[in-house]
Design a protein around this ligand. Structure first.
Ligand code: G3I
Length: 386
């Protein structure tokens, strides 16, 4: 082993990882089956305060419908979160009722809520293969797509220019099971614009708001192996996203952050490979990119019925994942995909067969802190200072 390998960032990391991985594996096997795992937290500081103490930002998305009608939730949100995102209210389907019309009513209300509660704001999302309006398919074609896309970004990003901490510019552009050599998803955007739609979107977003951090957001990067039939192998997807980022950076694409979504699965946490995930994050950082955990939650629909057991397994997943990810100094923010079990996409998307409510988030449906909250608090408290 050459001396300089040992001294490189990756070399030191790999040596450290060897230890971490063995501890991680040991801890994991113990943690998953260890009812006595300690989730004690010191003090009453909120998640946003504990994150900020280490130079991190913690927050979550919410829906206009929830924030505007649930006063208890609206009061609780700023107590724990430093940043707000619109879960759905700035997606194409929600702001583009027709090709010529934009409806910013809910987006404006969300920005005003953030401003009056001293919250940063994250934009989600400018280009995605889902949540497109019904008219998209019949009206958008290869002749007009570039104008329509650039016009959308100009109008949406331009409207809030200077007020947005970070924009998810392109979301989930990779899908290896579509079989392309570049790993890109056969999305409506690829159909009408080809692979360059990604660079086009980032350049338009930078033009419209030079101040906002520009994020490429991707899912299924956290695990090893293949979890279910529709995903690729996690390692293969990490390789593909690195190649995409390298290609974009080599062309001077204005991209600042990789968003790793982090929709964890409580029954698959043995697929978390600390050593490989940590090395991947180092590779992303070596591209001079920051990293955000953008949609963290833990699917518990197949975990045991007993809430005490289930909450403990969910908390273990949070702590195991975050302890690896927050070790990378380039990681600057953590968002859970929602704050409370009262409003989570998983209630509809992954309900439990026994009919019990799902419990994937840091606060329960009464807005009280759960073990998952403790796990996140401990991860922030134990994270290295940025
Ligand atoms: O509000 C309507 C309601 O009036 C109607 O009765 C109901 C049934 O049709 O639909 C409700 O709207 C749903 C909306 O969520 C609000 O709950 C939409 O149908 C549904 O498609 C939408 O799902 C959202 C999904 O993205 C698609 O946009 C989820 O809330 C949201 O959590 C999810 O978030 C995505 C991220 O944007 C990208 N990463 C993956 C993540 C999870 O899929």
């Amino acid at each position: 082993m050459s001396k300089n390998w040992l001294l490189t960032r990756r070399g030191v990391l790999c040596l450290g990882l060897g230890t971490l991985a063995s501890i991680g594996t040991l801890a994991k096997s113990k943690a998953l089956n260890n009812p006595a795992r300690d989730f004690t937290v010191v003090g009453e500081a909120s998640l946003k305060e504990r994150a900020a103490a280490k130079g991190l930002i913690y927050g979550a998305p919410a829906k206009y419908r929830t924030l505007s009608s649930d006063a208890e939730f609206a009061a609780r949100f700023p107590q724990e979160c430093a940043i707000l995102a619109a879960e759905n209210d700035l997606k194409w389907r929600n702001i583009r009722p027709s090709p010529k019309r934009f409806n910013f009513t809910k987006g404006d209300w969300m920005l005003e809520f953030a401003r009056t509660h001293d919250l940063l704001f994250r934009g989600h999302t400018l280009v995605w293969y889902k949540a497109l309006p019904k008219w998209f398919k019949e009206k958008v074609n290869s002749q007009n797509a570039e104008r329509i896309l650039v016009d959308h970004i100009d109008k949406v990003v331009g409207r809030y220019a200077g007020q947005i901490h970070s924009w998810h510019v392109v979301n989930e552009a990779l899908h290896l099971r579509d079989g392309r050599s570049d790993g890109l998803r056969n999305s409506p955007w690829l159909d009408v614009l080809g692979p360059d739609y990604i660079e086009l979107a980032f350049r338009a977003a930078r033009e419209a708001d030079p101040k906002s951090l520009l994020v490429y957001n991707e899912n299924d990067l956290w695990f090893d192996g293949q979890l279910w039939s529709t995903t690729a192998n996690g390692e293969a997807k990490r390789v593909a996203v690195l190649k995409l980022l390298e290609r974009l950076k080599s062309r001077g694409t204005p991209i600042d952050v990789l968003g790793i979504q982090g929709h964890l699965r409580g029954t698959y946490m043995t697929h978390l490979n600390p050593k490989k995930l940590r090395a991947f994050l180092a590779d992303v950082a070596d591209l001079d990119l920051k990293i955000m955990v953008t949609e963290l939650d833990v699917r518990d629909h197949k975990l045991p019925k007993d809430i005490n057991v289930r909450d403990r397994l969910v908390a273990t997943a949070y702590e195991d994942f975050l302890s690896v990810v927050l070790d990378e100094p380039a990681v600057m923010a953590v968002f859970t995909w929602g704050l409370s079990d009262r409003d989570t996409w998983l209630s509809r998307f992954s309900p439990r067969k026994d009919g019990l409510a799902v419990r994937p988030l840091p606060l329960d449906d009464q807005l009280n802190r759960k073990l998952a909250w403790n796990a996140m608090a401990r991860a922030f408290d134990n994270a290295p200072m940025r």
